[in-house]
Ligand binder design. Structure first.
Ligand code: NAI
Length: 335
C-alpha cells in the first residue's frame, strides 16, 4: 500500500491542474495512494454543501491532503471552504515560498523569500454583522496564543532552512491594539533567536519595498489578511499566480494548495498552469520525507521550462495544460 493522501480537486481550474499533478507524481513513482473527496461546487451539486463533514474527518484521519482551489461567492452565499477548512483543522501556518524559476521571465532573477501567514484569525475570523441599517462591522481578532505560535514557526523555519532574517509586517501605528499585540509577541519570540535578524516593517512600506528590492527579504511573517494580499504581490515577482505554491500546516496535518483561486476566466479551456499546484505537491513530498522524489519532480519541472522552453500561456508560452504535463513527465527521464 502506498502513502495515503487525500485529494480535493476543487472547482474551476482545480480539476485540470489536479489531474496534471497527480499524473506527474504517479509517473515519478512517488508511491501515493490518492483518496479523492469532493469540496466546492461539485460537492454542492452532489451533497448540497460545499464542505461535507466527511472531508474534514478524512483529512484529520489521513493527515495529508493535496487541494485544488475552491470558488467562494463574493459578498453573499456560503462561507469560504478554504477558511473553514483551515480554521476547523487548526492549520495555523500558511507557508508560501516565493522563488524565481529558471526559464520564467519576470522582473527579478533571484527572488527567494518565504511568506509565513497566520491562517486562523485576524480579519478572516469571519465575525461580521450589521449594527444598524447601513452600518456593518467586521471584527479583527488577534490572540497572544496564535501570534506567539506563528512567530515561533517563522523563526524555527528560518533556523531549519539556514535563513538569516525574519521580518514581521504590521500596522501597529494605526491598529495599536491588534497589530500591537502581534508585534509584541513577535518581539518576545525574536529574543529567543539571537542568531536570526529580527526586522519589522509597516505593511504598506513593506509592499513598496518588496516591489523595489525583493532580494532584501528572507522570511516574512504576518497576520492572515496581510499575508493573503502580500502573497499575490510576491507571486507577481516570480511569474504570477500560475507558479506560486502554498502549504497549510498544523501540528499534525498538512494541506497543500496553490496560492491562486479557481480562475473562472480560464476554467475549462485546458490552458491553466499546473506549476503552482505542482510546486505545492513538491512541498508535500518534502513534508512526507520523500526528499528525493521532491527533487526529481522539481528538476523535471525546471528542465521543462529552461531546456525545452515549454510553458502555458500565462507565462508567455503556447502549451496546453496537457502538453505541459506530458513534457514534465518526459523530463523525469532526463534529469
Ligand atoms: P484567481 O487566483 O482565481 O485568478 C486571478 C488571475 O490569475 C486570473 O486572471 C486567472 O486566470 C489567473 N490564474 C490563476 N491561477 C492560474 C493558473 N493556474 N494558470 C494560469 N492563470 C491563473 O483569483 P480570483 O479571480 O480573485 O478568484 C476566483 C475564485 O477563487 C474566487 O471565488 C476566490 O474566492 C477563489 N479563491 C480560492 C482560493 C483557494 O481555493 N485556495 C484562493 C484564492 C481565491
Amino acid at each position: 500500500m502506498g502513502i495515503e493522501v487525500v485529494l480535493i480537486k476543487g472547482d474551476g481550474v482545480g480539476p485540470e491542474v489536479s489531474k496534471s499533478v497527480v499524473d506527474i507524481l504517479d509517473a515519478a513513482e512517488c508511491g501515493i495512494e490518492w483518496i479523492e473527496v469532493e469540496a466546492g461546487l461539485p460537492a454542492i451539486e452532489r451533497y448540497g454543501t460545499p464542505l461535507p463533514e466527511n472531508v474534514i474527518d478524512i483529512v484529520k484521519d489521513k493527515g495529508v491532503a493535496l487541494k485544488g482551489p475552491v470558488t467562494t461567492p463574493v459578498g453573499k452565499g456560503f462561507r469560504s471552504v478554504n477558511v473553514t477548512l483551515r480554521q476547523s483543522l487548526d492549520l495555523y501556518v500558511n507557508l508560501r515560498p516565493v522563488r524565481s524559476l529558471p526559464g520564467v521571465a519576470s522582473r527579478y532573477k533571484d527572488v527567494d523569500l518565504v511568506i509565513v501567514r497566520e491562517n486562523t484569525e485576524g480579519l478572516y475570523k469571519g465575525i461580521e454583522y450589521e449594527v444598524v441599517d447601513g452600518v456593518v462591522e467586521s471584527i479583527k481578532v488577534i490572540t497572544r496564543t496564535a501570534s506567539l505560535r506563528i512567530a515561533k514557526f517563522a523563526f524555527e523555519y528560518a533556523v531549519r532552512k539556514g535563513r538569516k532574517k525574519v521580518t514581521a509586517a504590521h500596522k501597529a501605528n494605526i491598529m495599536k491594539m491588534v497589530d500591537g499585540l502581534f508585534l509584541q509577541c513577535f518581539r518576545e519570540v525574536a529574543e529567543k533567536y539571537p542568531d536570526i535578524e529580527a526586522d519589522e516593517k509597516i505593511i504598506d512600506n513593506l509592499c513598496m519595498q518588496l516591489v523595489l528590492n525583493p532580494d532584501k527579504f528572507d522570511v516574512l511573517v504576518m497576520e492572515n489578511f496581510y499575508g493573503d494580499v502580500v502573497s499575490d504581490l510576491a507571486a507577481g515577482l516570480v511569474g504570477g499566480l500560475g507558479v506560486a505554491p502554498g502549504a497549510n500546516i498544523g501540528d499534525k496535518i498538512g494541506v497543500f494548495e496553490a496560492v491562486h483561486g479557481s480562475a473562472p476566466d480560464i476554467a475549462g479551456k485546458g490552458i491553466a498552469n499546473p506549476i503552482a499546484l505542482l510546486q505545492s505537491a513538491i512541498l508535500m513530498l518534502e513534508y512526507l520525507s520523500l526528499d528525493e522524489k521532491a527533487e526529481l519532480v522539481y528538476k523535471a519541472l525546471c528542465y521543462t521550462l529552461e531546456c525545452k522552453g515549454i510553458k502555458t500561456p500565462d507565462l508567455g508560452g503556447t502549451a496546453t495544460t496537457e502538453e505541459f504535463t506530458k513534457a514534465v513527465i518526459d523530463s523525469l527521464e532526463k534529469v
